[in-house]
Design a protein around this ligand. Structure first.
Ligand SMILES: Cc1cc2nc3c(=O)[nH]c(=O)nc-3n(C[C@H](O)[C@H](O)[C@H](O)COP(=O)(O)O)c2cc1C
Length: 279
């Protein structure tokens, strides 16, 4: 042990150095051959967690992706350059779809040619959020005057337009609710499934668009339940630690299980390990 103990095993090892053997053995020992005691620990050790996940048919080593963020150049002129050897699976983020099919087609085809594997359509940014710090700092977004009237904000038309120009899977980013209009998001999980997206990102744009929307982690279960396993569900917002990822995964699993239980409710007993039999 190098310095201070950092886990239970190292505390036990330290105790072995400082306690009389009689007391150390009393605290740490088991019955007879101590087989069960060792087996308890070994049983956990034998379980190897495979953290990999599959998204849109691509295997990723952990269920973690990087959310799109604009204007990296404000931090550093070269900061948004992807390393040549990057193993990343890139998805193209589209804030808006253009009313003119040829402009949309041009952009999407460029993304396809550059090896992007999906189109992510941000559905919670028909206009920029009121960011008061930006107002105070006079950090005014460049006006997109040239685009006036050519951007669409109608999700139904957007998805049809996108589908007509690409075979790439399409995801909606910015879904917060299962039903249209129940909460504040313009698009619900059910609607997203209905119009044929491959996945949705539960997101409130990191709280940068509309204040007082629900937190993403609080609506995850409802959304997972609503899509019933038909499309991928991703989440962003407030994820700051690896344990946050596992909390989200746990809620996701809970929602899936609840869904299965609901569908199996007519059965007298439910074998959770074979729950898919009820589906
Ligand atoms: C500086 C910044 C710029 C962003 N730009 C975009 C953007 O252009 N399009 C978009 O869909 N989301 C954008 N987002 C939102 C992120 O994709 C993501 O939804 C959000 O940051 C997640 O919340 P978190 O910051 O708490 O992790 C941006 C976020 C930040 C912090």
């Amino acid at each position: 042990m190098a310095s201070e103990p950092v886990n239970a095993n190292e505390f036990r090892e330290l105790a072995g150095h400082v306690l009389p053997k009689m007391y150390y053995d009393f605290y740490t020992g088991g019955a007879e051959d101590q087989h069960t005691l060792k087996q308890n620990v070994d049983a956990f050790r034998r379980i190897i967690i495979d953290k990999s996940a599959t998204v849109l048919g691509y295997k990723i080593s952990a269920p973690i992706m990087i959310a799109p963020t604009a204007r990296h150049q404000l931090a550093h002129p070269e900061v948004s350059i992807l390393p040549t050897g990057a193993q990343a699976i890139k998805w193209y983020l589209s804030e808006q779809v253009y009313k003119r099919r040829d402009i949309s087609a041009q952009i999407v085809q460029r993304a396809e040619k550059s090896g992007y594997k999906a189109i992510v359509l941000t559905v919670d940014a028909p206009r920029l959020g009121r960011r008061e710090a930006d107002i105070e700092n006079r950090m005014v977004a460049p006006q997109l005057n040239n685009f006036e009237g050519i951007l669409s904000t109608d999700v139904n038309s957007d998805i049809e337009r996108l589908k007509s120009i690409t075979n790439l899977p399409i995801l909606f980013k910015g879904v917060l609710t299962h039903e249209v209009g129940v909460l504040l998001s313009t698009i619900s999980a059910r609607k997203a499934v209905e119009v044929g997206v491959a996945g949705i990102v539960v997101s409130n744009h990191g709280g940068r668009q509309l204040d007082y929307t629900p937190t993403t982690i609080s609506v995850l279960e409802e959304v997972v339940d609503a899509v019933g396993g038909k499309v991928h569900v991703l989440l962003d917002g407030g994820v700051r630690r690896g344990t946050d990822v596992f909390k989200a995964l746990a809620l996701d699993a809970q929602a899936v299980l609840a869904n299965v239980v609901a569908r199996c409710s007519k059965r007298r007993t439910l074998d959770y390990r074979n729950a898919e039999r009820c589906v």
